[in-house]
Design a protein around this ligand. Structure first.
Ligand code: FES
Length: 212
């Protein structure tokens, strides 16, 4: 059964805008899982004075809905102040694209989440948080809910891959229920570090595997 995409979705899927990597990005965010395949990574370059998004690019391994949404939100966000860009929603993207099939909305949400997380990471690392809440295990675990366990296809918290999270002296220790020589260990460890290191008061993230 073919998916009823609009002409505009197909047009953006076949000819996406702002695809690629920004080598010296000011902030990045990955949503989905590189080890699972459904993944979108977003890069931001922000003017330090005006906080305007000067450049934005994405790389996606998702479906047509994900690629078209990522493409349209990068167009919507470019040139906007990060405060305004934060409000871009999957509904905005869907409207611009002439609608998305309901079964494909989660793919659009994935792309919009990447934009929101990249902005949040920028704010964390550039002293722009309105309220500086000290990172605790709850904040860390909330972020870890966005890291996918490739074995289960769901996040590493709800699938109990995360055994323990300790925050101390600007360091987060994350113990995972996986041997360090497991084929997915390095991927997961990298994703955990990428997800937690932007937190404004954290300097180091240590991932600890379980013995064989
Ligand atoms: Fe996986 Fe769309 S991104 S089905």
């Amino acid at each position: 059964m073919s998916i009823p995409y609009t002409k505009k979705v197909l047009q953006y899927f076949l000819h996406p805008k702002n695809v690629g990597e920004i080598k010296d990005a000011d902030a990045t965010a990955t949503e989905g899982s590189p080890s699972c395949g459904d993944m979108v990574k977003l890069y931001l370059k922000v003017d330090p004075k005006t906080h305007e998004i000067k450049d934005i690019k994405f790389q996606s391994y998702g479906c047509a809905s994900n690629i078209a949404t990522a493409s349209i939100i990068t167009e919507l966000a470019k040139g906007k102040n990060i405060e305004t860009a934060k409000d871009i929603s999957w509904e905005n993207a869907s409207k611009e694209l002439g609608g998305l099939p309901p079964v494909k909305v989660h793919c659009a949400v994935l792309a919009v989440d990447a934009l929101k997380t990249a902005i949040e990471n920028y704010e964390n690392t550039h002293g722009l948080l309105k309220e500086k809440i000290s990172t605790d295990d709850k904040i860390a675990i909330k972020r870890l809910r966005h890291v996918i366990n490739p074995i289960a296809g769901r996040d590493i918290v709800s699938t109990n891959l995360v055994k323990d999270v300790k925050v101390h002296d600007k360091i987060i220790d994350v113990t995972v229920d996986m041997a360090e020589d497991h084929q997915f260990y390095n991927n997961i460890a990298d994703e955990i570090i990428e997800r937690l290191i932007p937190l404004w008061d954290i300097e180091k993230v240590i991932v600890i595997g379980t013995p064989d």
